[in-house]
Ligand binder design. Structure first.
Ligand SMILES: C[S@@+](CC[C@H](N)C(=O)[O-])C[C@H]1O[C@@H](n2cnc3c(N)ncnc32)[C@H](O)[C@@H]1O
Length: 272
């Protein structure tokens, strides 16, 4: 806790992102990973394998863009740097350790970017105490859609996360309630899906779809759909992520997420 607090103070990051809570969340993921490394290992390795499988089937290997790269726990950076001419690691926040690690690869670049293209607007809404109200719909992102050299795009365990930090921030600053966000949050997730579909490249979506609570006997006692109202194409592969074994989040229950890898486009169309 103290180490997380000190890191939060000293890691350079735009103050609005710290206020919304992105850095705190990333540091919390790091701490949980350190506590649950063994439980997370299968998920982390399977995610990497799925990314490499899609990379292998690309016809060309000019640029790969990965969204939600965070701490690079589930990103096969070295393999991708050998396979592609350029690797773009996109996240709203990159911690210094990640940037330092990436500097050893001449063709890997950490890109600070908000993939919803709405976070600044939502931050401003918070500073105005919610005056004007929550937007009814999320915007359609456009970043990199005009880059014809991209051969592979991967959304890595980020889609269900996109609305979470803005929602918690706006609940804190504006007094909005959880129920106020239902339509808007689904719209933000849907826009991410539409955005991915617009790339003229191979596109792989890796996302959690369900969250289970399990009792000590392994019986599922509760299930939540983490991307409600979103219809997804058939997955190529599905696996379980032991995200919070007892007593990480609950004393009496394990939390397990079901994760899918879904190719949204199999391969880039030939360039002439
Ligand atoms: C659950 S983590 C994904 C795990 C990550 N691949 C790793 O190995 O650490 C979700 C990531 O999404 C990023 N993120 C959340 N909202 C974002 C946004 N609007 N734009 C870009 N990145 C965002 C977070 O900073 C975090 O790194």
């Amino acid at each position: 806790m103290i180490i997380e607090f000190l890191k939060h103070l000293t890691i350079p990051s735009p103050s609005r992102l710290k206020e919304i809570g992105y850095l705190k969340e990333l540091l919390a993921i790091q701490s949980r990973y350190n506590r649950c490394t063994q439980h997370w290992q299968q998920h982390v390795e399977t995610t990497k394998q799925q990314i490499v499988e899609s990379a292998r089937t690309c016809k060309q290997h000019r640029k790969v863009a990965l969204m939600g790269t965070g701490l690079l726990l589930d990103i096969p950076v070295q393999e991708l740097s050998q396979m592609f001419a350029e690797v773009l690691l996109i996240d709203i926040i990159h911690v210094p350790e990640v940037e330092k690690y990436c500097r050893q690869f001449a063709n890997v670049r950490c890109v600070h970017h908000d993939v919803t293209e709405m976070v600044n607007q939502l931050y401003e809404l918070g500073t105005m105490k919610g005056k004007g109200g929550l937007p009814t719909h999320a915007v359609q992102p456009t970043y990199l859609l005009d880059d014809s050299e991209i051969d592979l795009v991967v959304s890595v365990n980020i889609m269900s996360q996109l609305p979470i930090m803005p929602q918690l921030y706006l609940e804190r600053t504006c007094g909005f309630k959880e129920s106020d966000f239902r339509g808007f949050n689904s719209s933000m997730v849907q826009q991410h899906l539409e955005y991915l579909r617009k790339f003229n490249a191979s596109v792989l979506l890796i996302t959690d779809v369900h969250r289970h609570l399990l009792d000590a006997t392994g019986k599922i006692v509760d299930t939540e759909n983490v991307i409600e109202h979103i219809s997804l194409p058939k997955q190529r592969h599905e696996w379980k992520w032991d995200i919070a074994p007892r007593p990480e989040e609950y004393r009496e229950w394990d939390v397990v997420h079901v994760v899918q890898s879904i190719p949204l486009r199999e391969q880039a169309e030939e360039t002439v």
